[in-house]
Design a protein around this ligand. Structure first.
Ligand code: DAK
Length: 259
């Protein structure tokens, strides 16, 4: 899997794939080509049965400092409409496997929106999160105004979106934007530790669980409960359910095959 703006390691660790954004000179700004590469890589990894968890990361200085402002600066509304970036972003949103962001340095604008497309976030102490689009005369365009208030409080979302101020890793942890903050030298290895735990579970149950949690953001409680119920029953169609419950009864560790 050779790309220009990202590095992809399908077997970074057992059942764990890694996508690393790789435009360091531009702080990993998300040019259109980079986003298409992420979409392509995710499509392949999501279909690869040997991959159970996907990690998305940048480098120590930046996860991503946002969409590429230099690429956007001269565009008009119809140009933006015709570029139709949502085909790309929607694919990221629909990734079936767990996506974990390993964030160090800047995660800003579209970079932060990309982080919010992930299912969990491990941050280095040096991470900085923000929606600074307001400083350049626009607003978030890849879900920031909608996902942020669903993740943190309305007031924190307003603060970030209206002032454009960055928040540091500790505050991001306190407001629920990240799962864990670790020293910078550990942010990737700690993400792998979390990914390993998930990779040992039944991939079918993991998929049902991810789908069900995400469904809670777009349905009433009763509709969501019905969705969960169907996914719960679906697990009983898997060999993994038999293996998991038999292993418990037999006092041994379950070995899940994703079948
Ligand atoms: N775009 C392009 N280049 C960028 C960039 C960006 N977002 N951020 C940084 N760079 C480049 C700088 O231009 C500089 O390049 P050279 O001048 O050396 O060629 C290099 O990265 C290093 O940056 P600095 O010299 O500025 O480094 P500093 O440490 O001084 O400052 C900074 C770091 C992150 C505070 C600063 O670079 C900065 O404020 N960057 C811009 C952050 C920002 O405003 N981000 C939001 C962009 S708007 C959509 C999807 C997504 C979006 C919209 C729609 N659809 C699906 C429709 C997203 C929009 C955005 O993200």
């Amino acid at each position: 899997m050779n790309y220009k703006h990202i590095i992809v390691k399908p077997d970074y660790d057992k059942h764990i794939a890694l996508i690393q954004l790789n435009r360091p000179k531009a702080l990993n700004a998300l040019c259109l080509e980079l986003m298409i590469e992420i979409k392509d890589a995710l499509t392949i990894l999501d279909d690869d049965d040997s991959v159970r968890v996907i990690i998305l990361t940048g480098n120590e200085r930046a996860f991503a400092a946002g969409a590429d402002i230099k690429q956007m600066a001269g565009k008009g509304a119809i140009d933006m409409l015709n570029i139709d970036q949502f085909t790309t972003w929607d694919k990221i949103k629909k990734t079936k496997k767990p996506l974990i962001a390993a964030v160090s340095g800047f995660a800003l604008g579209g970079g932060h929106e990309l982080v919010m497309h992930c299912d969990m976030v491990i941050a280095s102490e040096t991470a900085k999160f923000g929606q600074p689009e307001i400083n350049i005369g626009v607003i978030p365009g890849a879900g920031g105004t909608q996902r942020l208030p669903r993740t943190v409080s309305k007031n924190v979302a307003m603060e970030m979106v209206l002032t454009g101020d960055f928040i540091d890793a500790q505050r991001a942890y306190e407001v629920g934007l990240v799962n864990k903050v670790v020293p910078v030298e550990l942010y990737l290895s700690e993400t792998v530790n979390v990914a390993k735990k998930i990779a040992e579970k039944s991939p079918i149950a993991v998929r049902m669980a991810k789908e069900s949690v995400l469904q809670s953001f777009q349905s009433s409680l009763d509709d969501g409960l019905m969705f969960e119920r169907k996914n719960f029953y679906m697990c009983f169609a898997s060999e993994d359910q038999k293996e998991g419950m038999n292993a418990f009864v037999e006092k041994r560790k379950a070995v899940f095959k994703g079948k």
